[in-house]
Structures are given as C-alpha cells and as structure tokens.
Design a protein around this ligand. Structure first.
Ligand code: BZD
Length: 812
C-alpha cells in the first residue's frame, strides 16, 4: 500500500474499508439494498439483491484500484495499453468476488438470509463484447495483468449491443439483439471529463509544408471505466470502453429550424452507430465503412488518451517507448500506427522518419489468423474517403519502405490491388509481431509474412495463448478447485505449474476417486442446468463429449455430426455390443450471413431430433445443442466434459483456448496437430491425447490432389452410409433435399478435408470408447491432463509479453 495521502484536508486512508467480517458484509449489503437500490429485504427481487451485492463487492474493488493507479503515477511506471475491438468478459460479479477473497463470506451471508449466492450471481447478464477466442483472450489477459501487477489499460468499445442472442426455430439459428445495457451496469463508471473528438472524412490541405486535416464529421468518444481486480486484491487495472456521442455541432440546427427534423438528426444518429453494435463476423473482413469507422473510433480515442496521459507528467515525447507499450489485438486497431505518426508529425512537429521510429518502438501486433478471408484490407478509395490524412501517411510509409529496402517482390507492400493491407501495415509499424501458438507462429513467418520476416528476422516472436485459472478453474469448477487446494495447498491459482504436484498422488486410489467425484459433480450440475434452463434431460453416467466454439467449416463441427450419425447407425446394427453411453454436446453461434455454417447448425439439430427420439438407441446416444452458447454457458459445460473436441483442419486454428480450458478441467482431447493442440499434446504426453488426422503439410499436399474428397469417400463405407442417410432425408423427411448444399460441398470441393480425415477420426473415436471402458486408465489420463497443463495459464503468457514485447516489469 502507498503512503498516506491528504487531499482537500481528507486523509485518504480514512476512507479505507476494513476487512469485512460476515456481519460487516451483511450490513454493507443491506445498506446498498436500501440506499443504493432503493428497496428493502421484504420486497427485494433477485435483481435487487444482485445489484446490492454488486455494489458491496465493487466498494472493495476500489481500494486496490485507486492504490494501483496512484502507485503507477508515483513510481512513474511504464504502462501497457491493450487495444482490442473485443473484450468477451462475461459476468463480472463472481469473478470479482473470488479475486477479492470474498466468496466464502458472501456465500455465508446469503445463506443466513435464506438466499443462494450462486442463484443471485446467475442473474447477471454476460458482457458479450466479443465474438470468440480473440475477445475472450483479451479478457483473460486483462485479468492476468491485474493479478501480476502489470500496469495496464484495456481499451475497447462500449457496444450497446454485444454479440447477438441465438435461438433455434425448427432447428434453424435465429438471431435477436443482445441488450446487456438495458439494466444498470454496476461495474462501469462514466467519465464525461475524459472525452475526445474523433474526426472522419473531410479534406487535407498543405500549408507551409504541413498537412492540415479538417474533418467533415466529428464525434465524441466518452470513457466508461470498469475496474479489473487481480487475484489477491493487490492490484487492479482499468478497462476503458468508449461510447460514441454526437458532438454538439453535429446537430444541424439550420435544418431543424427549417422544419426538416429527420435530416437534422441524421449526423447525430450516425455518430451513435459507432458504438451501437458489435460486428458478428469472426472470420471474414467485408470492407464496410462502418467497421473501418469503428476501428478508427477506438484507436483514435485511445491513442489521444495515451498521449494525453503521458504528457501530464512528461514533456519529451521522444521518451514515449520508455513509458508506453501499445498492443494491437489483431489488425483491427492497426490504424494506430498512422494515427500516432499523424499526432507526432501534425500536432507535435516531429519529422516523418522520427515519428515512424518512435511509433514502431511503442507498438506490437498480435496475429490471430491465417485465413485469407479474415485478413483485413480496405479499398484505397474508402480509406481516402474516411481517413484521408491516414491514407497519405500509409502511402508515405509504403514509399519509405520501398526506398529503404529496394525493389520488392510482387504482392509485397502496404498497398496493392487498390487495397491497403492492414497486416503489412501493422507489421511495419510494430517492433514485435507475434503468433499465438508455436505452429501458428511458424506459419506466420513462412506463409503470411515471408518477405517482411527476411527483412526483419528478429520481429516475429511466439507467445502461446493462455487462460486464466481464476475464472476457468476457481470460478467454473469449485469442487476441483477445492480438491486442488486440499492436495496442493493454496497458491496454485497464481502458480499453476504447481498442478504438477498432482502426479505424486496418481497411484492413490482414494485420490483418484476424489478426482472422479469432482467430474461427477460437474456433470450433475450441468444436467440439472440443462433440465431447468433448456428442458433437456441427459443421463449423468454417460461420456460427455463436447464441442463448443464458433461455427466454422474449418472447425469441422460437420465432421463431428457426421461421425455421430455413423455411430448411431452402428449402434442400431448391433445394439447389444457393449457401447459406451455418450452425450454429444454442441454449442456455438454462426455469423448471421454465413450460410454454410447455419446449414450445419440445422443439420446438428435435425440429427438431434431423430437420434434422441429413437427408442433403440436413446440410452446409448444423445445429441444436445443448447442455444446461445456464451461465456457463462462455457463455465458450466467445460468442467463436465470427459472428451474435448479440437478437430480443426491442421494449419487453420491459430491456437485455440477452449482446448486449454478443457484439459485443465480434466477432459481428454481428441484433436488434430493444429494450433496449441500440438503443445498441449507435448505437455500431457502423447499417450494421454487422442491424436488423429493429417498434419498441416499433408493438408496442403492433399488439397492439390484432384478429387481428394471423392476418393476418400469411396474408400470409407462408414462415410458413404452417413451421406446416403442424409441424402435420403433421414433427418429431414419433410424436405429430403435440405442438405443438398452440404452434400455437394463434401463430394466435390471439401476444402477443409472432412472426407480425408473422417476414417482417422472414426478410428480414434472408437479408441476413445475402449479407453473409457477402462475406468482406471481414463482417470489416470485425465489427471495427467490437469497436472501437466499449468503451462497454459494466461499468467505465463502475459509474463512472456512483458519480457519479450513490452519490456516492462511488474509492480508486485
Ligand atoms: O483467436 C481466434 C483464433 O481463431 C483462435 O485460434 C485463437 O485461439 C484466438 C485467440 O488467439 N480468432 C478469433 O477469435 N478471431 C475473431 O474473433 C475475429 C473477430 C473479428 C474479426 C476477425 C476475427
């Protein structure tokens, strides 16, 4: 804690709250219920209790928050700024309660009130400000930075509507808007004093050798701050989300006075659209003006805020890299380079080269994908229209690069085919570029940036992803967390390599039994929740086989459901063959415009309807697909899984992070050599991982073989039976041709090699069944997965960013 401080005659230490006893906690809670929420215990709804609890917890977060902020200022520390269009944080209440060390007290106080803490916490809406892995990773990293005492800000957009809500109608995905801000958000503090103008469009004119940009439109970015408390409440950082507000001069008073009310309000409406809704595409970049405007809105407000904060206590911008590290989460904020250069050159009188050097020292870029359709590029025309000054800077950067490095091979450069290539832009304005798993980083070097890598061989580094054990073990899986604490003592939460100590107990049958009991409890909890919230009944003694993630062809949910059909057909042929009862669980959303992904969703639901209604197989196989998969659903599904499906076409999944969460919770993985699966397998040992499928290099080779799909299908009786059943309308009797597009794709193109990998997947699934029948063997394998995956803590990842990229030492 910092030394005592006096401001306005107030000793700030006087404001410090005492360590809460249950009685004090109870008083705080009831005080907030009455004076903040405005109700009393007799009339309070679940929502009222949740709000009172949130304020009670939030009070306790403020001390570490203020304290960390003051220390960072007083010690003049370097700060990390994590710029991301997405922060998939989920719920905050229970996470903050755990990190502040208050869960036991809270549970006890609610018990005494005759209420259930878990039930109250379950009332909180998810903050779904992200699509999937990239956004969730940002949330895990924020939590780890706070736990490690790395001074940091997350910068994002305060979307009014996060990722859409999914429901199924006749098996089809239907989207509805998400509304997390409709009820009060107790975690957010509005900072109207921190608002920045962000300009768009307009003209650039040269005056006395300087470029003057006069934007045509201006919006205000208003800051909304959420404290992010680290585990052990020693440190807290800020998640600063920008809301778009019309600036006063946007309202067209002249038109209004002339009676054209609608037109007068148009520019104002446009301004608000910037923070209206999260783009739901996670794998395509469509070059839409609104998206580019949102990206610039986030980036400009953040960079202005960063420079303003630096200049409050420093006067020499040349020393910026000693105090500031900016990390770009993929290319979405890659306009940060040109923006920083613009501020340095246009507002602070820097020469172009000096501004570029400085920006490059400050910026880092994380790449999350190799998929060509996901790589961002903007047409030069659009860029000129929306950000004319930035386009000039990009052109100048491109010329400078060409001059520095001589003639460039075809396809290299920041601009080509009339497009600005954001990956190349991010690369040349960053001192470090990182991939998110060892395999992915190799492919980033070899396939994505071969030319830039040979020019700058020290720039590309790897930082394998990680996940926070506080949310993904302590919060999601309390029985496992308790067993870990009983066995290893406390401290594993922040030193996850201690899980290795579990191996000492692996030969102790009582310990294995206790470990098995944690899985059983998680399954019981899940099956209760599925019954209560989705009206789905599942047995608790079956093998839970789970694939949860965004729907995409490369992730191959299709292969999983095809195998499910093959398995069902086999059971029907020989019902008495001693099958392992399985529950196949799917979860995930498709981008609303992704037709093939939506077809796959419908097929899964159609198969579920037929298979689940089959009296011959119903005790042996069920298919469930609870709608609206999100972070809080993941917290329920992952601890209950026996088998984790990580079956992407090799070379396509940059890392995966779900794969880590499952292994840490004692699920075995069936997976390809893709992304971080490779490293997970190395850590847990090849014997404790169900590997199948082509390698990344084999995938490339196979794609070049003409008719590879047809050849594979013709070799596989199982696959043919499955495709025939679909073609005959077994799962869509009212519309036999419903899956014509899927069948055509599988037979004739199959870019993601479902057919080529099917038999290998099938054999490996059968090995899963055999292994599961050997109860002790399965338990040992599962235990070794937990014991050996401590490496995948996001604390380790963040430490690597701190040393390899940010050059920052933690304050704790
Ligand atoms: O990032 C994902 C990758 O697909 C995963 O393999 C990886 O583990 C995670 C974290 O590194 N990428 C995304 O989630 N990408 C997006 O969500 C996204 C969002 C908007 C636009 C483009 C991509």
């Amino acid at each position: 804690m910092s030394e005592s401080l006096e401001v306005h005659g107030v000793d700030l230490d006087d404001l410090t709250l005492p360590e809460p006893t249950p009685e004090q906690f109870r008083r705080s809670l009831l005080h907030h219920l009455q004076y903040t929420v405005g109700t009393d215990p007799e009339h309070a709804s679940k929502f009222d209790w949740r709000m009172a609890l949130s304020y009670t917890i939030r009070d306790r977060a403020l001390e570490p928050w203020f304290d960390a902020t003051r220390r960072t200022w007083n010690e003049d520390r370097k700060r990390v700024y994590y710029l991301s269009m997405e922060f998939l944080i989920g719920r905050l209440l229970e996470d903050a309660t755990i990190n502040l060390g208050l869960r036991d007290v809270a549970v006890e106080v609610f018990d005494r009130l005759g209420l259930d803490f878990a039930d109250i916490a379950d009332d909180e809406p998810d903050a779904a400000l992200g699509n999937g892995g990239l956004g969730r990773l940002a949330a895990c990293y924020l939590e780890s930075m706070a736990t490690l005492g790395c001074p940091a800000y997350g910068y994002g957009i305060r979307y009014e509507h996060g990722l859409f809500k999914q429901r199924f109608e006749g098996g089809r995905q239907v989207e509805a808007p998400e509304d997390w801000l409709v009820t009060d958000n107790p975690w957010s503090f509005t900072r109207p004093e921190s608002a920045y103008p962000v300009g768009f469009r307009g003209e650039v004119v040269e005056q006395d050798g300087r470029q003057i940009w006069t934007p045509q439109l201006q919006v205000l970015a208003e800051a909304h701050d959420t404290p992010v408390v680290g585990y052990g409440r020693q440190w807290a950082n800020t998640l600063r989300l920008w809301a778009a507000k019309p600036s006063a001069d946007l309202f067209d008073l002249e038109r209004f006075n002339a009676g054209d009310f609608t037109a007068a309000a148009e520019p104002e409406a446009w301004a608000r659209t910037l923070s209206r809704v999260l783009y739901p595409n996670d794998t395509t970049s469509r070059g839409k003006e609104l998206r580019l405007s949102q990206e610039y809105f986030l980036t400009s407000a953040s960079v202005q805020d960063i420079v303003r904060r630096y200049l409050e206590t420093h006067d020499d911008l040349r020393r910026l890299p000693e105090y500031v590290a900016i990390q770009m989460n993929d290319t979405h904020p890659a306009i940060a380079g040109p923006e920083l250069i613009r501020l340095l050159v246009d507002d602070h009188g820097f020469g172009f080269d000096a501004a570029v050097d400085l920006s490059t020292q400050v910026l880092g870029y994380t790449n999350h994908t190799l998929l060509p359709e996901a790589l961002e590029h903007w047409s030069v025309g659009l860029m000129r229209k929306v950000l004319p000054r930035h386009l000039q800077i990009i052109e100048q950067l491109d010329r400078r690069d060409a001059e520095l490095h001589g003639p460039r091979p075809e396809g290299v450069g920041l601009i080509g085919d009339d497009q600005v290539r954001m990956g190349d832009l991010a690369f040349v304005t960053s001192h470090k570029i990182n991939g998110v798993s060892a395999l992915h980083t190799d492919l980033v070097r070899r396939d994505l940036f071969p030319a830039l890598d040979s020019l700058h061989p020290d720039r590309i580094v790897n930082v394998t992803n990680g996940v926070t054990p506080r949310r993904w073990i302590a919060l999601a899986n309390p029985p496992l967390a308790q067993l870990l604490t009983d066995t290893l003592g406390s401290g594993w939460e922040t030193d996850l390599e201690r899980l290795k100590g579990l191996e000492d107990h692996i030969d102790d049958p009582a310990f294995r039994e206790a470990f098995g009991a944690t899985k059983r409890q998680a399954k019981e909890r899940l099956s209760g929740w599925l019954a209560d919230h989705h009206g789905i009944e599942v047995p608790t003694d079956a093998l839970y086989d789970v694939q949860v993630k965004r729907l995409h062809e490369y992730k191959r949910q299709l292969m999983n459901i095809l195998w499910t059909i093959a398995h069902w057909q086999r059971i029907k042929r020989d019902p008495g063959a001693g099958w392992v009862p399985r529950v196949k669980i799917f979860g995930g959303k498709a981008a609303p415009s992704y037709v093939m992904a939506k077809d796959i969703i419908r097929l899964i639901n159609d198969v579920a309807a037929v298979v689940n209604a089959d009296p011959e197989t119903r005790d042996l196989l069920q298919v469930v697909y609870p709608a609206n998969y999100n972070v809080s659903m993941a917290e329920k599904l992952i601890p209950a899984a026996d088998l984790s499906e990580q079956i992407s076409t090799a070379g396509m999944e940059a890392s995966g992070t779900g794969n880590m969460k499952f292994a840490l919770n004692g699920a075995l993985t069936i997976g390809t050599l893709d992304g971080a699966n490779v490293e997970i397998r190395e850590h847990v040992g090849a014997d404790n991982f169900f590997l199948f499928g082509l390698t990344a290099d084999e995938v490339t080779a196979r794609r070049n073989e003409p008719d590879h799909a047809r050849t594979a299908i013709e070799k596989s009786q199982a696959m043919r039976d499955v495709l025939q059943a679909i073609a005959e309308g077994t799962f869509s009797p009212d519309e036999p041709n419903r899956y014509g597009a899927i069948l055509d794709m599988i037979w004739n193109s199959d870019w993601f090699l479902v057919a080529s990998d099917f038999d290998s997947y099938d054999e490996t699934q059968q090995a899963v069944d055999r292994t599961y029948l050997d109860h002790e063997r399965w338990q040992r394998m599962a235990l070794l997965n937990v014991a050996r995956t401590g490496y995948f803590s996001s604390d380790r990842s963040v430490r690597e960013y701190m040393s390899r990229i940010w050059n920052i030492t933690p304050a704790l």
